[in-house]
Design a protein around this ligand. Structure first.
Ligand SMILES: [Zn+2]
Length: 330
């Protein structure tokens, strides 16, 4: 059909479609704002708005990030100001790229909304290259290359990242200490070995073989952030340390603290390795493995026991989601 159109009609059609696309960009940002406000992405079993945009809406990671970052900037504005910016998006004076770049730079430069507003005005109507130049002139810290992971073969990837001096010294020291296990002293070999050791160390499901008392750490519950053993050691309640020598079943019945013993935590981590949230509407499981925390299925404040049966793993987003839901209505 298109090949039968006159040049004039074809150009007019593509311009109309571009206008329609800008109008849709505005609507996408508006609807994402409302989805975010209602936390519907969490309710539907996604651990983040980014996961919702890529997995459910089908956006590429870069497209999803651009829309979410733009939306976050709009979210900070008052409704009248937001309306003005959205009108400019529709007219083409501002684009998702403008908003996302300003918001991203604002994060590293720690700008307040007033500063963002000024910079956004200065990039209005500017091309991508012009916008980048203006933003570069506003930077006070050096521009670091973005971290990238690019596959170079079926089993290998090229990773680009910037290390500070301290990290570099740690890497060199690690290579010295492990030279017998990494004879060629390659960075890749050292990183692999370091990560193997680190992952084993922070995995809460690991069996601990130590002489003397076994220690536990951390708190549990929607408001208390309990992560894997990545944090610093904390002091341990005496009765908890004592309980670690009892069978789990006995601990479960007697232990009335919201703090689970280390063996109890380990048993939950051995049973589960992903977020246990399941959307009641679609049955979609979250299954995130990121920032997992222990949670009382029946809240401790409502009589829920600190037992293996009442504990589960939730990602931080869903733990907070439940925390918000269980708060008394104002
Ligand atoms: Zn989750």
């Amino acid at each position: 059909m298109l090949h039968t159109l006159s040049d004039e009609l074809l150009l007019s059609q593509v311009k109309a479609l571009a206008g329609e696309e800008r109008r849709i960009h505005r609507q996408i940002l508006e609807t994402l704002l409302e989805v975010d406000r209602r936390q519907l992405h969490l309710a539907r079993g996604f651990s983040s708005l980014f996961a919702f945009c890529t997995d459910e809406l089908g956006y590429s990671p870069a497209s999803a990030q651009r829309r979410i970052t733009s939306m976050r900037l709009l979210k900070e504005m008052s409704p009248p100001e937001r309306e003005q910016v959205q009108a400019k998006i529709e007219s083409g004076r501002l684009t998702l790229n403008h908003l996302a770049q300003v918001q991203s730079l604002a994060r590293t430069e720690r700008w307040n909304l007033e500063a963002k507003r000024e910079v956004l005005q200065s990039v209005e109507g500017k091309s991508v290259r012009q916008c980048e130049r203006i933003l570069a002139s506003q930077m006070t810290s050096p521009v670091l290359p973005r971290e990238t992971i690019r596959p170079v073969s079926a089993t290998q990837s090229q990773v680009t990242l910037v290390l500070d001096e301290e990290t570099l010294q740690l890497l060199e020291r690690f290579k010295e200490l492990t030279a017998h296990r990494n004879p060629l002293a390659t960075n890749a070999g050292a990183i692999r070995l370091a990560l193997q050791i680190a992952v084993e160390r922070v995995n809460p499901a690991r069996e601990v073989k130590r002489r003397g008392a076994v220690v536990g750490r951390g708190a549990v519950g929607a408001s208390a952030k309990l992560e894997s053993d990545t944090g610093l050691p904390q002091s341990v309640p005496t009765r908890e340390a004592a309980l670690t020598h009892r069978p789990l079943s006995e601990q479960s019945s007697r232990f009335s603290s919201r703090h689970p013993s280390r063996p109890l935590r380990r048993s939950v981590w051995q049973r589960e390795s992903t977020c246990q949230y399941v959307d009641p509407l679609t049955s979609r499981p979250c299954s995130s493995r990121f920032k997992l925390e222990l949670d009382h299925h029946l809240p401790f404040s409502k009589g829920g026991e600190t037992t293996a049966g009442n504990l589960r793993l939730l990602c931080r987003a869903h733990n907070a989601f439940f925390g918000g839901r269980t708060k008394p209505a104002l």
